[in-house]
Design a protein around this ligand. Structure first.
Ligand code: DHE
Length: 546
């Protein structure tokens, strides 16, 4: 395909090496205001807005000012002299930095339309008030009508919730028996699941901002509430604190939105929206106003009544004290721009988040609520929640894979016990190539596993690597596990003996490996297993075990 491009286009691609990760978004139903434009008919404009929102906004931002992907405002494209042909070439061929080859997914007409759309000013999408959220709120099974104890004898803490992305469903699988327990209709393009603190409920969040709650105690676990919190979202979590400042177990939930950029506090039992707070703010460095300061990852504290949220474009981590919603206390911690994903260290004191466009992990001490370190790890760290274990030489460590290179960077994360190694890269473990999205381990596991989901090579994107915690100098064992789709995300069972990986394809699969032997134990294939992506074990999610 590249050979068909003219030399000018190729030169631009080589020179800029634009590094963008666009994911295959499928959000629908975003009601933009129609806006006349000299280059597009009204009908084309509506279509282009949908295409951009569904495919591109996740990385470039709805206002196109850039985040995981670069700034692609009309002004920036003009400044770079990018015309329709050049923009079409980028979209069609992607970039080495992780932008997919959209030519594989979009028609030539759609790419042409997007290229013309991008040369026009971005239209502003609508806002959403708490009243509108409340209108969408549906309490399907009120608390009084829910079971008082589990209505089944299954080990629900070892259930797996599997996102069936394009089907808009979540499958609940019994991790002990590998039987399907139910497939629940959750709505379009679910992104992730988290659990309530007790593990009784799964909360899902869709890219369309719809949050759903599934009761795992029901004879057949099913949806008990849902609410639309915004038009574009990626994160959700629950309140996990129980201590002197109150018992918040299963009491509250929080959704983090991309558009409008805000977070919403929900009742943890009913999903009734209680409070919305805008994250539009000023960047930590230049103090310029960022109208699209989006909420990326959220983690829930166990030792304080707090949620930690990444305000991506502003470069702040906010620690939100949810113990008094009427007098909300937020500590805004300066870190680095374009915060994306991350998690806790093993002690759950340190917050470790990727500022992936800066090639850094930023470290915040949740006790002092201050940034204590930044670590240059490699080209675009993307840890998911990350992985924590004890290295035989360096003590407690944490790790991240990278989108831009085949590398797991292992860094010390125990400043008290191993101050010399803390927040320094102590090992670099080579994988098969870039496009790595997730790394995972478990305190009882022998290995650390990593994927290569966004690698352009068919073999590599379908391969995983595993290395031994106790023999980190040995080369990781890498193997292809599927012959179709992309292999994505890793999750352990409750006891840390099995690793589950998903084959992200229309006819998807879940493959289960023995962590000790690395041998395949079983493979789930079924007609309901449509585009499985993230998969979440109840126990590990409620306890933040990774
Ligand atoms: Fe995700 C986590 C955002 C693309 C699967 N993803 C996250 C988080 C964020 C995020 C902010 C952290 C949530 C948290 O912890 O609270 N993801 C984005 C994007 O902006 C991006 C790059 C592009 C987009 O437009 O959405 C994107 N993500 C993808 C995918 O293409 C994946 C592979 C499949 C899909 O669903 O579209 C995908 N993201 C996941 C998964 C997690 C996740 C499975 C949770 C990892 C975990 O172990 O907790």
């Amino acid at each position: 395909m590249l050979a068909q491009l003219d030399t000018r286009v190729m030169a631009v691609i080589k020179k800029t090496g634009l590094s963008v990760v666009l994911s295959a978004l499928m959000i629908i139903g975003v009601a933009y205001k129609a806006q006349a434009n000299p280059d597009l008919t009204a009908e084309e404009l509506i279509k282009a807005k949908g295409l951009f929102f569904n495919r591109c906004a996740g990385c470039h931002g709805t206002l196109r000012k850039g985040a995981t992907g670069p700034n692609i405002t009309d002004a920036k494209l003009k400044e770079k002299n990018y015309d329709t042909n050049i923009i079409k070439a980028f979209i069609t061929n992607g970039t080495g930095g992780g932008m997919p080859t959209w030519g594989e997914y979009l028609s030539a007409d759609d790419i042409d339309l997007l290229a013309r759309f991008l040369q026009n000013p971005p239209p502003a999408p609508p806002e959403m008030s708490l009243a509108e959220m409340k209108e969408s709120w549906r309490l399907i099974v009120p608390e009084a009508q829910r079971p008082k104890k589990p209505e089944h004898s299954r080990n629900y803490q070892n259930f797996f919730g599997i996102v069936l992305r394009d089907a808009g469903k979540v499958a609940i699988i019994d991790g002990d028996t590998k039987e399907i327990v139910n497939v629940v209709d959750t709505g379009f393009a679910v992104h992730i699941l988290r659990t309530s603190a007790s593990g009784r409920y799964f909360y899902s969040i869709g890219r369309d901002g719809k949050a759903t709650m599934i009761d795992l105690w029901m004879k057949t676990p099913d949806k008990v509430a849902e609410v639309k919190t915004c038009f574009d979202a990626r994160s959700i979590d629950s309140s996990k604190y129980n201590g002197k400042k109150g018992n918040f177990l299963d009491k509250l939930a929080i959704v983090g939105c991309y558009w409008p950029p805000h977070f919403v506090v929900l009742d943890g039992q009913t999903l009734e929206p209680k409070k919305v707070v805008s994250t539009r703010s000023y960047s930590y460095d230049t103090n310029e106003y960022i109208p699209e300061a989006r909420v990326a990852a959220i983690i829930s504290a166990h030792k304080e009544p707090e949620w930690i949220i990444n305000v991506k474009e502003a470069g702040y981590i906010w620690a939100i004290d949810y113990s008094d919603l009427k007098n909300l206390k937020i500590t805004q911690i300066e870190t680095e721009r374009f915060l994306h994903d991350g998690g806790w260290d093993a002690s759950k004191r340190y917050i470790m988040m990727a500022a992936n466009m800066k090639n850094k992990m930023v470290i915040v001490d949740s006790e002092t609520k201050k940034q204590i370190a930044q670590i240059e790890t490699g080209q675009k760290p993307h840890p998911g929640r990350g992985a924590n274990w004890t290295d035989p030489e360096f003590g407690p460590v944490s790790a991240t894979p990278h989108l831009g290179e085949g590398l797991v960077a292992v860094y010390g994360s125990d400043p008290k016990g191993h101050p010399k190694n803390a927040w320094k890269v102590v090992r670099k473990i080579e994988t098969l190539g870039g496009g790595g999205l997730f790394v995972k381990t478990h305190p009882k596991a022998e290995h650390v596993w990593v994927d290569h989901t966004l690698n352009p090579d068919d073999k590599i994107k379908r391969s995983v690597c595993a290395f031994e915690k106790n023999h980190p100098n040995e080369k990781p064992k890498c193997f292809q596990v599927a012959d179709h789709g992309r292999v994505v995300h890793l999750e352990y069972n409750k006891t840390g003996t099995e690793v589950w990986v998903a084959v992200w394809d229309k006819a998807g699969e879940i493959i289960i490996f023995d962590d000790k032997t690395l041998k395949e134990k079983s493979r789930i294939k079924a007609d309901w297993l449509v585009t499985p992506t993230g998969h979440f074990n109840v126990y590990n999610t409620m306890t933040d075990t990774y």
